[in-house]
Design a protein around this ligand. Structure first.
Ligand SMILES: Cc1cc2nc3c(=O)[nH]c(=O)nc-3n(C[C@H](O)[C@H](O)[C@H](O)COP(=O)(O)OP(=O)(O)OC[C@H]3O[C@@H](n4cnc5c(N)ncnc54)[C@H](O)[C@@H]3O)c2cc1C
Ligand code: SF4
Ligand code: SF4
Length: 502
């Protein structure tokens, strides 16, 4: 997930084809078709796939109701993209400060079995009775022996660009992605480790008093049975390589929004001091370009990524807080600020923070004399705009996480035309897939901000809890309707629409 992942455009085209074929297999996902069985043999243990804020919230809600959860995260730590953020709109609270306690609670919860650095291999079965194979990737460390002291990473001589730092910082070949990682245990990056590539080094082993290095470790496959699955696999950013007119990712001082978050973050590679990547200079003129890849049906992606207007406003504001004599410029198509306190936040940027907004698109970015030349237009005045910027930040579109296409196939649940997981019904069943037993949370279902991801996660968790509670034969009062009856009643509202929009 931290990777920018090349070739996402062809991945999206492929997504469309595969999501169509998967949809075919699950024909007719109307509200009426879905029935949650009342079945005492249902396995009351849930699988949550993805350990971002949505997966964490869903896992905690289910676990706090007394049910077991297996949380599978493919990276070495849970946290997802939220843990990469500096401060969060609209309140500007520190992202790590609000997320870390939930991460720790997840790691220590007696009902949550955390499987990081792991991926789903196969899923068979149906609601109440899924058989899942999970691949635990070799970390080359015995995590039971490792104390998380970090000495191995300190001593490792091999430095590589850090995915977590969005490549504006470095990490070692043996690493934990960030200091607050959960679990706080390192992994060895096989492709960059000197020992694995050249046959000698093992410096890390010399300094590990716990004897935790485990060079022969291999991937292991673990089989589990669960009754319900929450898919919370989140998003990636549309790779800059797709925007040739903006340098296609080749101009060092043109970065994406997540890289800028890392430059703003007090725990980031520059300790929160804004420095441009090419020469470490403090940028005095910064251009932010919204809708980079979004709302461009001809060349890129047709949809609105929903959060970029807000996070670009935040970026411009935070830049101004760090560089008081700096000038932020924002190019936008429209400013969309639908959310509690969002419009007020935007107005503050305009009225109090001296951010200059241009309504218009940027046609070209190119390097000249150590600057990034920005050619654009202000459609409100009809004037051409040219800015010699020190740094340009692109609000790249949100796309489904890399590997979502493969996950559609493994889970055999439908996706929409853009490659996100499809909900059973846009209005009435937004937390569920049309295939019974699968529930959806967070940006894997579509672009959204943190409050919306958390709300959807709690909604999905409540659906899982209802399923388990009913299966266990919780007392049903005479006035209570069965889940199937409720679903049939819901279907009277509107089930004319197949929500797999592709
Ligand atoms: C630049 C930027 C700034 C932002 N600023 C704000 C802000 O200020 N306020 C706000 O409200 N929102 C903000 N957001 C939005 C916020 O980041 C998202 O709403 C939030 O991270 C969504 O959480 P999630 O759990 O759905 O997805 P993610 O954070 O993407 O987490 C998904 C997790 O699933 C894992 N995963 C993916 N595929 C698999 C798989 N196959 N198997 C196992 N694990 C998998 C990933 O590794 C990841 O850990 C910002 C976004 C960006 C890009
Ligand atoms: S030195 Fe050993 S105990 Fe310490 S973090 Fe590294 S592997 Fe774990
Ligand atoms: S063997 Fe050397 S390069 Fe590999 S992780 Fe250990 S210290 Fe780093």
């Amino acid at each position: 997930m931290y990777l920018s992942g090349g070739g996402a455009r062809s991945e999206i085209v492929k997504n469309k084809a595969i999501s169509m074929s998967t949809r075919e297999k699950n024909k007719g996902p109307t509200v009426k078709d879905i029935e949650t069985p009342v079945d005492p043999t249902v396995v009351t243990r849930a699988l949550v796939i993805g350990g971002g804020i949505a997966g964490i919230q869903a896992a905690l809600d289910i676990a706090n109701s007394g049910y077991e959860v297996i949380l599978v995260e493919r990276e070495p730590s849970i946290g997802g993209h939220m843990i990469q953020l500096s401060e969060t709109f609209p309140t500007l609270d520190c992202s790590q400060c609000i997320l870390t306690p939930k991460m720790v609670e997840t790691g220590q919860h007696s009902n949550i079995h955390l499987m990081t650095y792991s991926e789903i291999e196969e899923v068979h079965g149906e609601v109440g009775h899924f058989k899942v194979k999970i691949r635990r990737k070799a970390a080359y460390i015995d995590w039971d022996k490792c104390t998380g002291c970090g000495v191995c990473s300190e001593k490792c001589p091999k430095k590589v660009p850090a995915e977590f730092e969005r490549f504006v910082g470095v990490r070692k070949a043996i690493y934990t992605p960030f200091p607050q990682a959960v679990p706080n245990k390192p992994v060895i990056d096989h492709a960059n480790c000197i020992f694995f590539q050249k046959g000698k080094c093992k410096t890390c082993e010399k300094f590990c008093d716990a004897g935790a290095l485990c060079w022969e470790q291999e991937d292991t496959i673990i089989e589990e049975e669960v009754g319900a699955i929450v898919v919370a696999t989140g998003f990636d950013l549309y790779p800059m390589v797709n925007l040739g007119e903006y340098g296609g990712g080749q101009i060092k001082d043109v970065i994406d929004g997540l890289a800028f978050e890392r430059l703003l973050s007090a725990s980031g590679p520059t300790s929160g001091v804004v420095k441009r990547p090419s020469d470490g200079m403090e940028p005095k003129e910064v251009v932010f370009i919204q809708c980079s890849g979004s709302r461009d049906p001809e060349k890129n992606l047709p949809y609105c990524s929903k959060i970029c207007c807000m996070y670009t406003t935040k970026h411009a504001m935070l830049y101004k807080h760090r560089v008081h004599d700096g000038q932020p410029y924002v190019f936008y198509i429209d400013v969309r600020t639908a959310g509690k306190g969002y419009e007020e936040f935007y107005q503050r940027a305009v009225d109090e923070e001296d951010v200059i907004f241009f309504r218009g698109k940027v046609s070209r970015l190119f390097e000249e004399d150590g600057k990034v030349m920005v050619w654009g237009a202000d459609t409100l005045t009809g004037k051409k705009i040219e800015i010699a910027a020190d740094l340009v930040v692109l609000a790249m579109a949100m796309v489904p996480s890399e590997g979502t296409v493969e996950l559609f196939e493994k889970l055999n649940i439908p996706g929409d035309a853009e490659g996100f997981f499809s909900e059973a019904h846009t209005k009435m069943r937004p937390f569920e897939s049309s295939v019974p037993g699968y529930f959806l949370a967070g940006c894997g279902q579509g672009p959204k901000d943190i409050p919306e991801a958390v709300a959807q996660a709690s909604g999905a968790a409540s659906k899982v809890i209802i399923l388990f509670a009913r299966a266990q034969g919780n007392p049903k009062s005479k006035t209570q309707k069965s889940e199937a009856e409720i679903q049939n009643r819901d279907s009277d509202v509107d089930d004319s629409r197949d929500n797999s929009l592709g």
